[in-house]
Ligand binder design. Structure first.
Ligand code: NAD
Length: 354
């Protein structure tokens, strides 16, 4: 069948893949027209932050190592103040989605361009989506100013990524691509990105599970995370992402782990209503039941499989289901209170999806 009419918007961004941070970061920052960049990272990544600052030399305005998951508003205020004090004209975000998220919040407030160096597979660097959490409520929005100007993927930086982060963040990436396959604004280009992203991510994660320091597999995973992140930036996400957003924002459940647990359940909810996506996933995962295949994959990879083990109380299921059903949005299968409640109960107890 010929392609149906569609709209595809390419994002204005430079991607450099496979070069070493120490060798090329200064060049990337200079190309972005920046002269004094603040390095932003998580507290656990100070060593990497210092390494980035050293690579930048005179282009560095120091390191701000306070990035936290879900981007708390207080941290944003401190970072914005700090950036103004040191006269930064841009940010270099090194690390996972938390570091990129904080740089985005600074960009939103002060318009400072971002050069991103992702070391997890979360994919935030490819999207114009920002998120800030205040008083337990996470607000998100789209703004072209928060899209990084330039992204450097250095596979060497992800070789030491702890296995737990590797696997959950890899499944987080796969979730972007799965939902892109049945997105209301999917098009042939995003479907290509999603298919290749899932292929790269699933094959490399299985190899990394056997041998964490497999550099080729690490490079393939980072390549997959780029493609999956590009899907997230180009399409509208559905039930799976709404659920993760609600669980992260209101209960402070860990981001990547929540994605890892919910993905098979959200796909089981949707796969019959999205036959083309189901067929693509069946071929990629080698199973006529892709949701079940992803559930098995999570076990093989040693990822968590129940919301209870992430610390969610059973009593929270009802309020979260209500929150997710309250706002209508596109989803292949109708989003009903009963359906979402059942999905969450299965995910909470770690039962077989569907
Ligand atoms: P994260 O950034 O919090 O990183 C997870 C952990 O891994 C941290 O402890 C970090 O210090 C550590 N880590 C990172 N790189 C490492 C490395 N190379 N070696 C060793 N340890 C390393 O988590 P994440 O899953 O990457 O990102 C989650 C956050 O990103 C959430 O806040 C989520 O909402 C956001 N996010 C946003 C978007 C978007 O489009 N806006 C997309 C995806 C994720």
């Amino acid at each position: 069948t010929p392609p149906q009419p569609f709209v595809h918007e390419a994002r204005p961004m430079r991607v450099r893949f496979g070069a070493a941070l120490d060798a090329v970061l200064a060049d990337e920052v200079r190309r972005a027209g920046l002269r004094r960049t603040l390095v932003v990272c998580s507290p656990g990544q100070v060593g990497l932050g210092d390494r980035a600052a050293a690579a930048l030399g005179e282009l560095s305005a120091g390191v701000f190592a306070e990035a936290r998951v879900h981007v708390p508003a207080e941290t944003v205020e401190r970072a914005v103040e700090h950036a103004a004090r040191v006269g930064a004209d841009g940010c270099v975000a090194v690390g996972g989605g938390s570091a990129v998220g904080l740089a985005k919040a600074v960009a939103l407030h002060r318009g400072l361009p971002i050069v991103a160096v992702p070391t997890t597979y979360a994919g935030s660097e490819m999207t114009p989506v920002w998120g800030i959490t205040r008083d337990g409520l996470k607000t998100t929005g789209r703004d072209s100013r928060v899209l990084p100007t330039s992204v450097l993927y250095d596979p060497g930086l992800s070789v030491g990524l702890p296995m737990h982060v590797t696997m959950t963040s890899g499944l987080n990436a796969i979730a972007h691509a799965v939902e892109a396959l049945y997105a209301p604004d999917a098009n042939p280009v995003t479907s290509l990105l999603a298919t290749e992203g899932i292929r790269a991510m699933t094959t490399s994660l299985t190899r990394i599970a056997d041998r964490p320091v497999d550099r080729d597999a690490r490079a393939t995973a980072l390549y997959g995370s780029w493609l999956c992140g590009a899907c997230l930036g180009a399409t509208t996400m559905s039930l799976h992402h709404k659920l993760c957003h609600a669980l992260g924002g209101t209960l402070d459940l860990p981001h990547a782990e929540t994605h890892a647990v919910l993905l098979p359940h959200a796909l089981a909810y949707n796969q019959d209503a999205a036959p083309v996506a189901r067929q693509t996933l069946a071929e990629l995962l080698g199973s006529t039941d892709p949701a079940l295949a992803l559930w098995e994959l999570a076990r093989t990879l040693g990822a968590p499989r129940s919301l209870a083990e992430l610390g969610m109380a059973e009593a929270d299921i009802g309020p979260v289901a209500e929150q997710v059903v309250a706002h209508p949005y596109a989803n292949p299968a109708p989003v009903t209170p009963d359906g979402v409640d059942r999905l969450l109960r299965a995910a909470w107890s770690g039962r077989v999806p569907g």
